[in-house]
Design a protein around this ligand. Structure first.
Ligand SMILES: C[S@@+](CC[C@H](N)C(=O)[O-])C[C@H]1O[C@@H](n2cnc3c(N)ncnc32)[C@H](O)[C@@H]1O
Length: 355
């Protein structure tokens, strides 16, 4: 055995555990408002932060030390102050923006809560149904994606599909399949006031969250007549109802019956309609996913995406479907074209699919 490799791997395992614990402390920073309380405030003493947040001093003290150790906070030992650098606040104290990374931390509790059941499923088969990830699972997914949907979808991402923008500006209809907590429907409905938007999802709790988000919107009165959320499958939509534009965001890899469901989506596209697929950015090969984002996505897959599909008797496509795999799936479902869109993102891939 190579002693240097043992040493290097020992350090890697400690580093990975430290990363997991840092992410857990990051979750606390988001959930308790500690990051927000420190943003833009410069160096703070423990007493100042406790006064600003009303949180328990001993907990805050240990959290400060842990986050300083992890490199999230700067510590001045002489003054015993802690500071959240502006660049870090930009990423973790920026809820509702397209650069907020704190939603990632919020995935940890729902994902790791089911780890014992996932381990058991390695022996017994089956999985963990989507519903069992609970309300905080739905909230975490929403927190992860909402800022990007609100701030990039209509204004940036749709630039690569000018024909869709033209149709929606003129007054068309759009369907967001697997709409979750509704951010895509609501943001597109705001951007295209002439058009009608439907979000469907098989998760009743997600649809309830989407309906609540609609009701709580300051512009609910103008959105409500044009935006609806339905807890149902495609087959339950009015027979023959078709859409100019269909989106499926972060959900094709979750499907229990992918080819059949994609065929149903195809049947719901109007002639010349476009189906936009947004998926986690991944390569087709294991080696291509050999980076932090790929590793994170394989974890999401085992603890959630693959596992909830297997729980339904599905194929468990998994989070890391590369472009070739997605193209094959679309072809099998009868689509004539699946073009990768040239939209820059570290974490997402975009496709325009045509019947
Ligand atoms: C990872 S979540 C993504 C939610 C949302 N689109 C987003 O980007 O935040 C996947 C969603 O697909 C939904 N879903 C999975 N299979 C479905 C099906 N056959 N019909 C409708 N919705 C489905 C799930 O209930 C879940 O809300």
């Amino acid at each position: 055995m190579d002693k240097d490799r043992i040493k290097a791997f020992t350090n890697k395992v400690f580093g990975d555990m430290a990363g997991a614990m840092s992410a857990g402390l990051g979750y606390i920073g988001v959930k308790t408002g500690l990051f927000r309380a420190m943003a833009g405030k410069g160096p703070m003493t423990l007493a100042q932060l406790v006064a600003a947040t009303g949180l328990q001093s001993r907990y805050v003290e240990e959290w400060l030390k842990g986050m300083a150790s992890a490199g999230y906070l700067a510590h001045d030992p002489a003054a015993d102050t802690y500071q959240l650098p502006d660049e870090h606040a930009f990423m973790v104290a920026s809820d509702e923006t397209d650069h907020f990374m704190g939603g990632l931390f919020c995935m940890l509790p729902p994902l790791l809560r089911v780890a014992p059941r996932v381990a058991e499923a390695f022996r017994t088969g089956g999985g963990v149904p989507f519903e069992d990830y609970g309300r905080d699972g739905i909230e975490a997914l929403d927190l992860l994606n909402r800022g990007q949907y609100e701030q990039r979808f209509a204004s940036h991402w749709l630039k690569s599909l000018p024909e869709v923008t033209a149709r929606l500006q003129a007054g068309g209809s759009a369907l967001d399949f697997g709409c979750g907590a509704g951010a895509v429907v609501l943001s597109l409905a705001r951007a295209f006031p002439q058009s009608r938007f439907t979000g469907i999802d098989r998760s009743r709790e997600s649809i309830a969250a989407a309906q609540a988000a609609l009701a709580a919107s300051p512009d609910a009165a103008s959105l409500a007549p044009r935006a609806r959320f339905l807890a149902q499958s495609l087959a339950d939509l009015t027979p023959g109802e078709q859409f100019d534009f269909i989106t499926a965001c972060d959900c094709i890899h979750d499907l229990a019956t992918p080819v059949e469901t994609l065929r149903q989506i195809r049947a719901r596209l109007k002639p010349q309609g476009i189906f936009m697929v947004i998926e986690p950015k991944a390569a087709d090969s294991v080696e291509g996913n050999g980076n932090a984002i790929g590793t994170m996505y394989y974890g999401f897959s085992v603890f959630h995406c693959m596992t909830q599909s297997l729980a339904q008797g599905g194929p468990g496509l998994g989070t890391c479907m590369g472009p070739a795999h997605i193209g094959e799936l679309m072809k099998e479902a009868g689509f004539s074209r699946c073009d990768a869109l040239d939209i820059r993102s570290n974490v997402l891939s975009f496709y325009a699919v045509r019947a």
